[in-house]
Design a protein around this ligand. Structure first.
Ligand code: DAH
Length: 439
């Protein structure tokens, strides 16, 4: 099991399930926030930061020549007869992000430590699956949807609180004619894959631990799960096949759990000596189709993380680069082409530690709260943040935390004064917002 965070197969596979505690600090929010030209009220759970809000209008997945845009169009061209969407609003209700997809009421993804809220009834989508019901309700049977998604997370070279996912789905009629179509598709895809340089480690399409849904005919479910696997194996071959040169591409399927699919799977690809988690998928749960007023159909859906794949294909070493406006980055890429990124320079790191006593009687500051604070002060000048120590004082029972911040720009050398100023602001905000005592 690579991760515990059930709905995060796709980017950030580090588990971030911890105790819940509210991180929001109401005093730092104005009564209203303006997002994409509209005004929204805030409340006691508002936790979206200015640095996150500033990313919303950027839409890098639609910028000509940007690696994420090229990757999106390559995947879209692999599914030419699907509808392609890429302009859905990132603000959704928690109902849409979670309930429509059968997430349990106590799912940790709902907590303010894991997700960004504008207010109680409005949040930044945490995954593209949030739009499944909306798209199925339009009567769409085969579609792809690309979007920016938002999750509170720690800071390092492969994690960023804003990233991009692509959701794909395919529905068939749950009757003899629909199943005949699935079988024909399966045969066609199998033939294509047999001729290719790919080694697939598979698992049963259904099993007792990865069950068929009660309302599904097991034969239909099996055919659809097989179709899902064949379709995605063929996509992975398109994406990674050529990079692997003479070496066959190795793909492995793993049983998974998602609230909104059953059976469910994750897919990993072997790349440069490591298994990398690429996507989550499964047979769409019946209740999602019911809410969408779709009758008599069965089908699959998948969600993949674009940054993860683009970092591999383009050899992009740091996830912050996807947000770079530096010409030395952007000018390297041509629309529609995958080329190897040439790092222009690696500038020096500057490490700064901060240790503090947490407020008397309160739980230790959540890592994600610390990281959002640092991100808000230093933006993309922070490369990673590590907790290096934590303990509870045996007599006073007060907890202490120590973090190490690595400041490094991707574009230039930072001066000592500049870093000291940033660190000073981090410390001031820490004491102002979280009432910690610096040690
Ligand atoms: N939304 C999931 C995530 O962000 C990924 C996913 C899993 C999407 C299964 C799907 C699916 O469509 O069927 O981790």
């Amino acid at each position: 099991m690579l991760q515990l965070r059930i709905f995060s197969a796709v980017q950030n596979c580090r588990c971030s399930y911890r105790s819940f505690h509210s991180s929001s600090v109401t005093s730092k929010y104005a009564d209203t926030l303006e997002i994409l030209g509209d005004k929204y009220h805030t409340d006691e759970i508002t936790n979206v930061t200015p640095s996150i809000l500033s990313k919303i209008p950027l839409q890098v997945h639609k910028q000509t020549g940007h690696p994420l845009n090229t990757l999106r169009s390559i995947i879209e061209s692999h599914y030419p007869d699907f509808s392609h969407f890429s302009s859905f609003n990132p603000l959704v209700t928690p109902f849409k992000n979670f309930d429509e997809l059968a997430f349990p009421k106590d799912h940790p993804g709902r907590s303010v430590t894991d997700s960004y809220y504008i207010h109680k009834n409005l949040m930044l989508r945490t995954h593209t699956s949030a739009h499944e019901v909306e798209v199925f309700s339009k009567g769409e049977d085969k579609w792809l949807l690309t979007a920016d998604v938002y999750r509170r997370d720690e800071i390092d070279g492969s994690h960023y609180p804003v990233f991009h996912q692509m959701e794909g789905a395919r529905l068939y009629s749950a009757d003899a004619s629909g199943m005949k179509q699935v079988e024909e598709d399966n045969e066609r895809l199998s033939r294509h894959l047999k001729m290719s340089n790919i080694i697939i480690e598979d698992i049963p399409h259904i099993s007792p631990t990865n069950p068929v849904q009660r309302t599904h005919d097991p034969v239909h479910s099996e055919l659809v799960a097989k179709n899902l696997k064949l379709s995605l194996n063929s996509l992975l071959l398109r994406l990674f096949g050529s990079t692997a040169s003479e070496e066959p591409l190795r793909v492995r399927w793993i049983e998974a759990y998602f609230p909104f699919t059953s059976p469910s799977f994750e897919v990993e690809v072997f790349f440069r000596g490591k298994w990398l988690e690429i996507l989550g998928c499964g047979v769409v749960i019946q209740s999602t189709l019911d809410i969408s007023n779709v009758e008599g159909k069965i089908g699959w859906a998948f969600g993949l993380g674009l940054e993860r794949i683009a970092m591999i294909l383009y050899s992009i070493p740091d996830i912050r680069l996807f947000w770079s406006t530096d010409e030395r980055f952007l000018s390297q890429f041509k629309d529609g082409e995958i080329t190897t990124f040439k790092p222009y320079s690696k500038f020096p790191s500057c490490f700064k530690d901060v240790s503090f006593w947490n407020a008397q009687g309160s739980a230790p500051l959540h890592d994600n709260d610390f990281c959002d604070l640092v991100r808000d002060v230093a933006g993309d000048l922070v490369e990673d943040v590590k907790m290096i120590d934590s303990f509870v004082h045996p007599k006073t029972n007060r907890s202490s935390s120590c973090y190490r911040i690595n400041y490094r720009s991707m574009d230039r050398s930072l001066s000592n004064e500049e870093v000291n100023e940033l660190q000073k602001s981090v410390v001031t905000r820490l004491t102002d917002l979280f009432r910690v005592e610096i040690r």
